[in-house]
Design a protein around this ligand. Sequence first.
Ligand code: GAP
Length: 533
Amino acid sequence: MSVNMDKLVSLCKRRGFLFPSSEIYGGLNGFWDYGPLGVELKRNLKDAWWKDMISAHDDLDAPPGAPLAYQMVGLDCSIVMHPQVWKCSGHYDLFHDFMVDCRESKKRYRHDQVRGRWVEARGKRFFVATQVGGEEGLKETETRALKHLGLRAKQVEELVWDGALVSLTTVASFEEVLGPDATSLGTLTPPREFNLMFKTFVGALSGEEGAAFLRPETAQGIFVNFKNVVDSSRVKLPFGIGQVGKSFRNEITPRNFTFRSREFEQMEIEFFCHPSQSPEWYRYWRDRRYRWYTDLGLASSRLRLRDHDHDELSHYSCGTADIEYAFPFLPPGEFGELEGIAHRGDFDLRSHREGKLARINGELSVELDAEGKPRHKGSGKDIRYFDDQIKERFYPHVIEPSAGADRGTLAFLCEAFHEEEVEGETRTVLRLHPRLAPVKVAILPLVNKDGMPEMAARIYKEMKRDYSVYYDDGGAIGRRYRRQDEIGTPYCITVDGQSLTDGTVTWRDRDTLEQIRIRAEDALPELQKRLRI
Ligand code: GAP
């Protein structure tokens, strides 16, 4: 089913999943607030990740597919860290995108996100740029080429197109480029580097001395605490450290709802292992993380695991696979990244000790300045791992499954959104996995009299201690069911006339619409049973 993004975005606003940040002041591009239901949904996703990956992980037995049993622990690190962290991690020098500005429209674009196609007409050959992909992009470039040439729609035959949409990065000079929002040629500036880290100042020092950055990933907090964790928690290789928290990137063009935001949350694992075992662990984490998404309800037909080409690899990575989802706002056949699983080798631990590494003639070595000194000095602290079985001190290799909590939340919302005909009416339903649903069950007294509210309130109070439960006594019962369907509540319990005589209630299932009668005292165990999947 294709999801209408406008309808989903409007549902998110109307029912309190997501609001633009600072909306009463016109919003701030790239920043979002989660409303009362959104915060529950995203928290459920993060809790599911934390439980499945960290707290409920069995340290004693190897999970299916794992080469060995292993341990998992957690961390929660500060957002502002010592500025040297980002110099040694490579972010200070390398974490940038290229941007182009338009002198006419005053808009700014990410170089690699602008596409377009070449056209020839009336003796002119030029490149029509657009930010839109697929069929819509073709239509848009056609309309703008006609407008630029002062032609009418019926003169479309005069346009001779040279191939399909291609990236602006394939265009050497911008003199013949019609920018995405421009009417004249040659208004785009040459691409310029733009570092994505947000800069701030710590304490009263306002100059460069006090300069620091908001973290662009949670990963580095884990690396710089590697030794602390080893020394304090008796973990032995192989083991993983997980962290969930905010990251910040000053994205040039935030877009597609929350997909590309400037403030977002990550759920990252750094998994440390002996270098000789890292290829096996890399394969294990690729598969395990893919399965996690399908287990929680993403359809495998819209999900794919894609290995990066060599030229796509980040500066630290010697192998990366992305888990990608066919978000409905992307052109057909295109996928957006949900999570990356990277084989980071020993890049980070070595850099934080020895100084920033760089790939020189294919080998990672400390990057030197003109005087032969490390360009960015490491901490000098020996943060290597000592294996007391084999009496060897070494840098472990790292496999990093790095997921976005906001992109995950958005993917599950897109997957869940359905509109269907039921009894001659359109029913909007979010088919969220019960573990993710913001409200687990709604308690509905059929009418507000005859002891029904009292019985419903007893069930509500019993369940509310452990679960997110909603009590609704307003309006016709059909309308109340629809309100719950629309926010993804998997179950509704109705207290009716029969409840007062035989102590049973109606249990309604969101997806099958099946209604069964169960005893009121069985309602809580029934919910517990269904949520343990
Ligand atoms: N430590 C590795 C790392 O940060 P990444 O691929 O840059 O890798 C990991 O980011 C995940 O974080 C992405 O797969 C995505 O889910 C999420 N993410 C990255 N940038 C984002 C943004 N601007 N908005 C929302 N989520 C983002």
